[in-house]
Design a protein around this ligand. Structure first.
Ligand code: GLC
Length: 627
């Protein structure tokens, strides 16, 4: 903190020094940035405009943010520490509005959370918002949530407490109510060229042949016919979300200005929404095209020049070989962080099958990647769970993709005998039989069912599963993120069915309002909420004090000889932690291989000398290696 104050003072006193810093950053990236820009746009005057704007955004950036940039530039690994723990929430659901969030920062701290993801809060049209992912003004906060000043006030309050703030940057599309879309709809060619407009169906039809659908049931197809302008518009997501055309340099430039404007409001982390979709090409799937990587790389350089303290988090909900390229290379990095989506889906597969083999294989893949790559780990988010598993490996066991997806969907809906889960399908496609799944962690673990049936034994088991899953998630390589409410075992919210604007989108099932009555019980070990909260709290404390949990730690899996039990090891700076996780409802006795030496159970303090170990149903151990 004192360092930062000095830095601010220095910047204030020495204007020339500040300009020098900017110039150095700029020159470091200029050649590559220009090369990429010209390759894509071949437009020198637009590039010059971009450079001039970057400089003005830097000039406008507050000293306190510039000082944080300098600190973070010096300490490049600042976000890879073991105390990083995220929480995501919708502002209105969590605390009404931005000022409400500010007044709840103590609770956030109590949760050991130092990074909050504020779900979309920019202006959007109620009822046609896709949970806020259809933005009508990138420089205006939704009125019900506050103002830009409130946002700056909130980010500043967070920074004082060492909490980082993340927001969505929805760059693939705008709402049909965005000023550009309105002008395009009036037939203004300049604005039409910022989207994809087609007067006749030929090209849309040609695209449809190779572009898979995102929302096959709730918003089928990739184009929407608008009778008023007599044109088809590309709408990959909902018909009111119009895809932006990044072939037009005006679109790229303006979106970068929006990005820098928001960075200057004090945002630390940008979640680049739906990033694989931003470049479209006929006869392709319109996903993950090389130009997307060029654009993300440019965005990374632009932020390293203007606001190097800012992180890019890519939302790439794809199979692993499509995800990893978004990190870029060590010399030419793109995103700082990516979601560990396949691991998340594979976790729930493991819950349903009580067979950790696929998960172990998946963790081995992630663990073998360079340590620079930081994954965000989560059990669930605001979106559905898509069953993107490694079906090639499952196929070797005779498990087919279609039948297995059906099994998982049945299981988590609670339709099979041994399941205690509750939840609903999402975008069930009647043609392919495909469907994704919605539910909160607690409901999927059996807490909703046990509560409803007032079954104490089942509740204990559900709580054990819930805490074990978090314990395992905290052991993964990367940064864990909780969905608010999960820390107190909040269950599914069925009230969305009464809201006409939400009823057709079952993702609202797990986006309920934060139940503060549960949070009031968070210290009461006699309540369900308290048991989960205190259980997680203990793990969070361990995680943030033990060196073995830093992001750059060595992480590996160990064979336990039992398909129901997963073993993960972590080591950093000579300190070692072994985690054992029983994914089955039976007590197990296992002998993990290749574990030598003495260990201490970090929760009970008991010693373990290697050899056999007994793990209760849905139980786990964090074992610390003793010197
Ligand atoms: C992302 C969001 C999702 C939204 C979509 C379209 O995938 O997570 O909620 O529907 O983008 O913006």
């Amino acid at each position: 903190m004192a360092d930062m104050e000095n830095e601010i003072q220095r910047l204030k006193e020495d204007n020339g020094e500040e300009r020098k810093i900017y110039r150095e950053r700029f020159e470091r990236h200029l050649d590559e940035l220009r090369w990429l820009y010209m390759e894509l746009y071949d437009n020198g005057s637009m590039f010059a405009e971009l450079c001039a704007q970057m400089e003005s955004f830097f000039a406008e950036r507050k000293e306190v943010l510039k000082a944080a940039d300098l600190e973070r530039e010096k300490k490049k690994d600042w976000y890879k520490q073991n105390d990083m723990l995220g929480m995501m929430f919708y502002i209105d659901n969590f605390a009404g509005n931005m000022q409400g969030v500010k007044s709840r920062l103590n609770y956030i701290e109590k949760c050991n959370v130092n990074y909050i993801h504020l779900m979309p809060f920019l202006d959007t049209t109620e009822g046609r918002s896709d949970g806020g992912y259809a933005i009508s003004d990138f420089r205006k906060v939704q009125e019900k949530l506050g103002t830009m000043e409130d946002l700056e006030d909130l980010t500043a309050a967070c920074h004082k407490k060492g909490i980082h703030v993340c927001m969505d940057f929805v760059m693939n599309h705008t709402s049909e109510d965005h000023e550009w879309a309105k002008k395009a709809r009036q037939g203004d060619g300049e604005y039409m060229s910022r989207y994809f407009f087609f007067a006749d169906p030929d090209l849309p039809n040609q695209y449809e042949r190779t572009v898979p659908q995102v929302f096959p049931t709730t918003a089928p197809g990739t184009f929407t016919w608008f009778q008023d302008v007599k044109h088809y518009v590309m709408t990959t997501f909902y018909p009111y979300q119009w895809d932006l055309n990044y072939r037009n340099p005006r679109v790229f430039n303006e979106m970068m200005y929006n990005f820098l404007y928001l960075a200057n409001r004090g945002i630390d982390i940008f979640r680049i929404d739906a990033v694989p979709y931003i470049w479209k090409e006929l006869n392709t799937s319109c996903r993950n095209l090389p130009q997307v990587h060029g654009i993300v790389r440019m965005m990374r350089m632009i932020s390293e020049i203007v606001c190097p303290g800012v992180l890019l988090l890519g939302e790439v909900v794809m199979e692993p070989d499509k995800v990893v390229p978004y990190f870029g290379t060590v010399e030419k990095p793109e995103c700082h962080m990516l979601y560990n989506v396949t691991t998340m889906a594979t976790t729930w597969h493991t819950v349903a099958t009580r067979d950790v083999r696929l998960l172990k294989k998946q963790l081995d893949i992630v663990n073998s990647l360079p340590k620079e790559y930081v994954f965000l780990n989560y059990l669930r988010c605001h979106d559905d769970i898509g069953w993107g598993l490694d079906y090639k490996t499952l196929g070797e066991e005779g498990i087919g993709e279609c039948s297995h997806k059906k099994y998982l969907n049945d299981y988590f809906q609670g339709l099979t005998g041994e399941s205690n889960s509750r939840g609903e399908l999402y975008n069930a496609d009647p043609l392919t039989g495909d469907a994704r799944f919605c539910g909160t962690t607690a409901s999927m673990c059996g807490i909703e069912k046990a509560g409803f049936e007032r079954d104490g034994g089942a509740m204990e088991q559900a709580i054990r599963l819930d805490i074990m899953l978090h314990a395992y998630m905290f052991m993964q390589s990367g940064i864990p993120v909780l969905y608010s409410g999960d820390e107190v075992g909040q269950v599914n919210d069925y009230t969305y069915k009464e809201n006409p604007a939400k009823v057709s989108d079952s993702r609202y099932l797990h986006r309920g309002k934060m139940d503060w009555r549960l949070a009031e019980n968070s210290s009461d070990a006699g309540t369900v909420a308290g048991k989960i909260f205190l259980g997680l709290h203990r793990l969070e404390q361990i995680r943030k004090t033990e060196k073995a949990f830093v992001s750059g730690a060595n992480v590996w899996t160990v064979e336990t000889g039992d398909n129901g039990v997963l073993c993960i090891g972590r080591e950093a700076e000579g300190e070692k932690v072994i985690g054992l996780f029983n994914f089955s409802e039976y007590d197990k006795t296992v002998t993990p291989r290749t574990i030598e030496g003495k260990y201490e159970d970090m929760i009970s303090g008991r010693e373990w000398q290697g050899g056999e170990i007994h793990i209760p149903a849905y139980g786990f151990y964090y074992l610390k290696g003793k010197p």
